[in-house]
Ligand binder design. Structure first.
Ligand code: MN3
Length: 199
């Protein structure tokens, strides 16, 4: 089946001044769109052309001969997930069952923030920082390039894109400033809580 670029769940200028219209025009309209186009081209005429996105990712994960399909499929999934992880007037701290689970598994919300920023800061080059559910426990992880929790048997609850294209127009080389803004102004904790409840 042909994979499609999902619409952003907010207007292009809705995340300003934290993430600019220009960043979203390129990041969603060019980068994310290109992964969709590349994936459709790569699976056309193959046994994967009628498969769902997650089915494709699991089928080709770890297959060096299908790295192109994995990278593009995973990047389609990662970006569709990332857009939902942020929202206008987001950020701050979660509450309810999610906060209880963070306190129980990671020690405190402050400990989560420290681990999540460290994951993003120490992901050398391109990649992603994650809050995942792994065998019933919350963990903060990082993955390089297109890699994602689904390929490791984990359930993604939150992600932060730390590829330079996610922040360079707005923050240039200041990845730490982007990460702080992501946590303080943008995280959609309702989406994260819903992911936990559904896991
Ligand atoms: Mn990206």
């Amino acid at each position: 089946m042909a994979h499609t670029l999902p619409a952003l769940p907010y207007d292009l200028d809705a995340l300003e001044p934290h993430i600019s219209r220009a960043t979203l025009e390129f990041h969603h309209g060019k980068h994310h769109a290109a992964y969709v186009t590349n994936l459709n081209n790569l699976i056309s005429g193959t046994e994967l052309e009628n498969s769902g996105l997650e089915e494709i990712i699991v089928a080709v994960a770890g297959d060096a001969g299908k790295a192109g399909i994995f990278n593009n499929a995973a990047q389609v999934w990662n970006h569709s997930f990332y857009w939902q992880c942020i929202k206008p007037a987001g950020g701050g701290a979660p509450s309810g069952a999610l906060l209880d689970k963070i306190n129980a598994d990671l020690g405190s919300f402050e400990a989560f923030v420290e681990q999540f920023k460290a994951a993003g800061a120490t992901q050398f080059g391109s990649g992603w920082a994650w809050l995942v559910l792994d065998n019933g426990s919350l963990k903060v992880t990082k993955t390089p390039n297109a890699d994602l929790p689904l390929a490791h048997g984990q359930t993604a609850l939150l992600t932060m894109d730390v590829w330079e294209h996610a922040y360079y127009l707005d923050y240039q080389n200041r990845r730490p400033d982007y990460m702080t803004t992501f946590l303080e102004k943008l995280v959609n904790w309702d989406f994260v809580a819903a992911n936990l409840a559904a896991a």
